[in-house]
Design a protein around this ligand. Structure first.
Ligand SMILES: Nc1ncnc2c1ncn2[C@@H]1O[C@H](COP(=O)(O)OP(=O)(O)OP(=O)(O)O)[C@@H](O)[C@H]1O
Length: 229
């Protein structure tokens, strides 16, 4: 389980995360939602140990950040991970050589599934294909937790469907997936838990099944209630 416990993060004097607490479980897809600048990316980076927090604790399976964290966790940003002049196949070889948990077979499957050309250069890719390459590189690591920053941002409907299919497949089964997104419509049915953020705080945390069953509401219904207050 990923446990974010009363985490405060300041950039200079600006408080970006304000005593933020929530959990993301293994075997579940948890989605962080919030307007621009509310601290979603900062939260993922803090969990991945890429930015230090000012206060509070983050535990992965009960352990605080340590040098073995990347054996458990992959962070997939919404920007290119590799150098623009590298070909997709070079990026795959780099990952294979660098990470002991690299799964070559899965990388091949995803290359085929996403219809990517391994000879294309990273710097020449469209935004959608860049997102697919990032997803391929992240999901081909045999880790328990995958953090994905805005995997659907600026991506056309067909690519969004392809990416959503990956979320529904056994590629993410048994892992803990934590994503940030604005594009809730295509993936609402795949989400187990939603955490609504506002000004660096949790405004509401809920299981999608619970609100469907007990209140007959969708995630968008709850978002309207919370953000219109
Ligand atoms: N390195 C930094 N130095 C100073 N301020 C930063 C830094 N990184 C982020 N911020 C600020 O922190 C706030 C939260 O940024 P963050 O990127 O976490 O938000 P977000 O919810 O992911 O936004 P978006 O939806 O636009 O991606 C913003 O006001 C941003 O300007």
């Amino acid at each position: 389980m990923i446990e974010v416990m009363e985490v405060t993060k300041k950039y200079g004097r600006k408080k970006v995360l304000d005593s933020l607490s929530f959990t993301a479980e293994k075997g579940e897809i948890t989605c962080l939602i919030g307007v621009n600048g509310t601290g979603k990316t900062t939260t993922l980076k803090a969990i991945a140990g890429l930015v230090p927090v000012s206060k509070g604790k983050i535990l992965i399976d009960g352990e605080p950040y340590n040098k073995h964290i990347y054996e458990k966790l992959a962070f997939i940003p919404d920007a290119p991970i590799m150098l623009p002049r590298m070909k997709i196949k070079d990026a795959i070889l780099f990952m294979r050589d660098y990470y002991p948990d690299w799964n070559t077979l899965r990388a091949k499957d995803l290359l085929y599934f996403f219809k990517l050309n391994e000879n294309d250069r990273i710097g020449d890719l469209s935004k959608g294909n860049m997102a697919k390459v990032n997803l391929l590189l992240g999901l081909s690591l045999d880790v328990d937790y995958v953090l994905m920053d805005e995997p659907f941002s600026g991506i056309d409907i067909f690519s969004r469907e392809q990416i959503a299919n990956v979320f529904a497949s056994d590629l993410v089964e048994n892992r803990g997936v934590l994503i940030t997104t604005h594009e809730i419509n295509d993936i609402e049915h795949l989400l187990d838990k939603v955490v609504l953020l506002g000004d660096g705080k949790v405004l509401k945390e809920f299981y999608t099944e619970d609100i469907r069953q007990s209140e007959g509401k969708s995630v968008v219904d709850i978002m309207r209630e919370v953000y219109r207050q």
